[in-house]
Design a protein around this ligand. Structure first.
Ligand code: NAD
Length: 449
C-alpha cells in the first residue's frame, strides 16, 4: 500500500521504516529539515535499537551513488505536497506535549491536519491519528481537514493509538501487543485490517472516543502501578521488609503480573508524565476528580526528593561532596532526556552545593543541551565524564539513576580504589544488597534496608 507518516520521531520514523521493510511504499514527512537530511543519509536522527540499520536498509537513495540500484521503499521529505496526494493511509505521529496547566498542546496535531487537508488528492484517504490525543480530538482533526480540503477530496478519520516503548520500538512495532482501531464507519476499518493483516496481534475495533481513552487509561494504569510499588517500598523500609522480594511475590500472580513493579525513582520520559497530567486535566474538565491518579502523580513527583534526602543523610550534608551520577536517559536503551528524573536530581544536587560528575552511554549529548545553562554558570560544579570510571574518580557517592546494563557489572575493586567515599545510592535496585555490603560499601536501595 501507499502510506505516509507525518512526524519522523520515535513513533513516526520507526513505524515508517518497519512498514517500508514490509514492502509498502512509505513517505515520512517532517517540518524539521535537519531530521529529514539525516534520514536521507540512511540514519536515524536519535538512538533507538535496530532503527539505524532499518532506515539504512529501506531509505530511497537520492543520487546516482553506489546504492542507486536499490529501490528503497522509504521516502523522507519535508514536502507535504510530495508526501500526501498519492497516499492511501496517512498517519499523524506528531508530538502532543503538555502545557503548563497539564492540558495537552494539540497545536502540532492541528497544524499537521491543516497541511494534510490542503494536499489531499482526488482519491479516498484514511487519515489515522496515532498521536496520543484526548477524547474528542480526532473529530476536531476531521473538521480541520474538511475546512481546508478541496471539495473533491474524500477521507475518513480513525484513531489508532500507538503502544510502542522507546528502547524496544522496532520490536514492538513488529509485534504490537494489540491494534486498536477507533472508527465511525466500516470502510476505513476494512482498509486498516488489510494493512495490519501480516500482524498476529489482537484487534480491538471500537468507536473513536473509546480508542482515544484506551491509550490514556493504559499509560495511567502503568504509572499507577509504578507509584503503588514505590509506596510499598516506603512501607518495606519502615517495617524491615525487602520490596524486591515483595514485588516478586506479587508479580507471580498472573492477575497482577511482574512488569512495572520495580521500585525506584519513579516514571519519566515523554509519555507517562504528560499522559497522566493530560488525563487528570480532561477528567477534571469532564467534571470528575480522578483521585487515584492524582495520588500516583504526587507520589511520583516526590520519589527523587526522597533519594536526595537519603544521600544527604548518609553523607551528613551535600555541600562540597562529589556525587557520581550514573545514567541520565529516562530509562536504559534510549537517548531520550524528556522528563528524565536525572534532571531534577542533578539540579537539586547542584543547588545544595554538591559537585556532580555524570555519565550515560547514549544520552550524554542530549543531556549537555538540557544542562547548557548549568554548564556555563556552574562549569566547575557539573562535569560530564567520558566513562563510568572517570565519573567515579574521587566521588563520595555513586548515585545510580538509570539502570543501563553496563552499570550492572562494574569492577568493584577498581570502583573502591577510585572513590573517595564508599556510599552507593542505588535508585533503581540494580545491585545486590548483600554483595554490596560484603564488598564494604555503605549501600542503600529503594525499599529494602
Ligand atoms: P517526537 O517528538 O519524537 O516526534 C514528533 C515529530 O513530529 C518531530 O520530529 C517533529 O519535528 C514533528 N512535527 C511536529 N509538527 C509537525 C508538523 N506539523 N508536520 C510534520 N512534522 C511535525 O514524538 P514521539 O515520541 O514520536 O511521539 C509522537 C506521538 O506518539 C505523541 O503523541 C506521543 O505521546 C505518542 N507516543 C509516543 C511513544 C513514545 O514512546 N515516544 C509511544 C506511544 C505513543
Amino acid at each position: 500500500m501507499k502510506l505516509t507518516f507525518v512526524g519522523a520521531g520515535y513513533v513516526g520514523l520507526t513505524s515508517a521504516a518497519v512498514f517500508a521493510d514490509l514492502g509498502h511504499k512509505v513517505w515520512v514527512v517532517d517540518v524539521d529539515k535537519e531530521k529529514i537530511k539525516v534520514i536521507k543519509k540512511g540514519k536515524a536522527p536519535f538512538f533507538e535499537p535496530r532503527l539505524d540499520e532499518l532506515v539504512a536498509k529501506t531509505v530511497r537513495p537520492e543520487d546516482d551513488g553506489p546504492r542507486a540500484h536499490k529501490a528503497g521503499n522509504l521516502i523522507p521529505t519535508s514536502s507535504y505536497r510530495e508526501a500526501i496526494p498519492e497516499a492511501e493511509v496517512v498517519f499523524i505521529c506528531v508530538g502532543t506535549p503538555s502545557k503548563k496547566d497539564g492540558e495537552t498542546d494539540l497545536s502540532y496535531v492541528f497544524s499537521a491536519a491543516e497541511s494534510i487537508g490542503k494536499n489531499l488528492g482526488g482519491g479516498y484517504t484514511v487519515v489515522v491519528v496515532k498521536s496520543t490525543v484526548p477524547p474528542g480530538t480526532t473529530e476536531k482533526v476531521a473538521e480541520v481537514i474538511s475546512d481546508v480540503a478541496q471539495s473533491t477530496a474524500k477521507f475518513d478519520l480513525v484513531d489508532s493509538p500507538e503502544f510502542l516503548a522507546e528502547g524496544s520500538a522496532v520490536k514492538d512495532t513488529l509485534n504490537p501487543s494489540r491494534i486498536v482501531i477507533g472508527a465511525s464507519s466500516e470502510k476505513p476499518v476494512r482498509i486498516l485490517k488489510k494493512l495490519f493483516s501480516s500482524f498476529k496481534s489482537p484487534l480491538v475495533i471500537c468507536d473513536i472516543r473509546s480508542a482515544e481513552l484506551i491509550k490514556y487509561a493504559s499509560n495511567a494504569f502503568l504509572a499507577t502501578k509504578v507509584s503503588f510499588i514505590n509506596e510499598i517500598a516506603q512501607i518495606a523500609e519502615r517495617v524491615g521488609a525487602d520490596v524486591t522480594k515483595v514485588a516478586k511475590g506479587m508479580g507471580l500472580d498472573d492477575r497482577i503480573g511482574p512488569k512495572f513493579l520495580r521500585a525506584g525513582l519513579g516514571y519519566g520520559g515523554s509519555c507517562f508524565p504528560k499522559d497522566v497530567e493530560s488525563l487528570l486535566s480532561f477528567s477534571n474538565h469532564a467534571g470528575y476528580e480522578f483521585g487515584v491518579l492524582q495520588a500516583a502523580n504526587t507520589v511520583n513527583s516526590e520519589q527523587y526528593r526522597r533519594f536526595i534526602e537519603k544521600i544527604k543523610g548518609r553523607l551528613g550534608g551535600l555541600r562540597g561532596k562529589k556525587i557520581a551520577v550514573l545514567g541520565l536517559a529516562f530509562k536504559p536503551d534510549t537517548d531520550d532526556m524528556r522528563k528524565a528524573v536525572s534532571v531534577e536530581i542533578i539540579k537539586s544536587l547542584l543547588k545544595e552545593g554538591a559537585k556532580v560528575s555524570a555519565c550515560d552511554p547514549m544520552a550524554q549529548e542530549n543531556a549537555k543541551c538540557v544542562f547548557s545553562e548549568q554548564l556555563t554558570v556552574n562549569s566547575k560544579q557539573l562535569r560530564f565524564a567520558k566513562d563510568v570510571y572517570q565519573a567515579l574518580k574521587g566521588a563520595d557517592c555513586l548515585a545510580l539513576v538509570t539502570e543501563w546494563e553496563e552499570f550492572a557489572n562494574l569492577d568493584w575493586e577498581k570502583v573502591k580504589k577510585l572513590m573517595r567515599g564508599n556510599l552507593i545510592a542505588d535508585g533503581r535496585n540494580l545491585y545486590e544488597l548483600e554483595k554490596m555490603q560484603k564488598l564494604g560499601f555503605d549501600y542503600f536501595g529503594m525499599g529494602r534496608n
